[in-house]
Write a protein that binds this ligand. Structure first.
Ligand SMILES: Nc1ncnc2c1ncn2[C@@H]1O[C@H](COP(=O)(O)OP(=O)(O)OP(=O)(O)O)[C@@H](O)[C@H]1O
Length: 221
């Protein structure tokens, strides 16, 4: 009975996720789902994660198919990363890990684009400053990277939001000091990747090719 009601709550959270994704606010979806699961019972986050993976595994979007070699993440070197001339070092991290560069371009974001990208943070006190920072006039480098677990691994390469908490081996942990100037963004979920790649790129800007080492990097056995 209890387990059933928890499962129903989780299914409702998943449905809410899909609805939120459809209404272009996907970054909020996993958090909403997590809150519902967390409220239901501590420790069931893992169950929710499994549930979410099953839900997403069937979906193919502009971010590829979740949990396959075609999974894609949107990664953006923010204006401070460009201004500090860290682009090459950051690109190398993803390349050397074995991920495939599917698209890359510089963009000087408009206010509308920055606001849409960070729409889930609109109510946060730092939001105006965040939009001002992203629209400073210095370009960002917008990229799409592809490969197995690139969303989760990408977040590890990037490091925790606050550089104070970031692993010293991560980009933020090695090069950043302030949460307000943390150099880089990477999608934090499949829904976010789908929204963000669609927001920053046209389908025709995304390349389809196989790097020579691809089977050596992606094979499981
Ligand atoms: N307390 C804060 N003060 C100033 N800026 C902040 C603060 N918290 C977050 N930010 C900025 O907002 C961005 C988005 O915050 P979010 O909580 O989504 O973290 P994140 O997912 O690690 O970052 P990003 O979306 O840029 O990858 C952060 O990367 C940072 O630039």
């Amino acid at each position: 009975m209890f387990a059933n009601s928890v499962r129903q709550g989780l299914r409702a959270a998943s449905r809410q996720s899909v609805r939120a994704f459809a209404s272009a606010a996907p970054r909020a979806a996993p958090r909403t789902g997590f809150v519902v699961a967390g409220a239901a019972v501590a420790g069931l986050a893992a169950f929710y994660a499994t549930n979410e993976v099953k839900l997403d595994a069937a979906k193919k979007t502009i971010a590829g198919t979740y949990k396959t070699d075609s999974e894609r993440s949107f990664v953006m070197i923010k204006p401070d990363g460009v201004s500090r001339q860290l682009v090459g070092k950051i690109v190398s991290r993803f390349e050397e890990r074995g991920y495939k560069l599917v698209a890359i371009k510089t963009v000087t974001p408009s206010e509308d684009l920055a606001k849409e990208h960070y729409s889930d943070l609109a109510a946060r006190p730092f939001y105006p400053g965040l939009v001002k920072y992203i629209t400073s006039g210095t370009p960002v480098v917008a990229m799409v990277w592809e490969g197995k677990d690139v969303i989760k691994q990408g977040r590890r390469i990037v490091g925790a939001t606050n550089p104070l908490d970031a692993d010293p081996g991560s980009v933020r942990g090695q090069y950043a000091v302030s949460v307000g100037r943390n150099l880089i963004h990477a999608s934090d979920s499949f829904e976010a990747a789908t929204k963000e790649i669609g927001l920053w790129f046209q389908q025709g800007e995304l390349s389809d090719y196989e790097p020579v080492a691809w089977p050596w990097v992606m094979a499981d056995n």
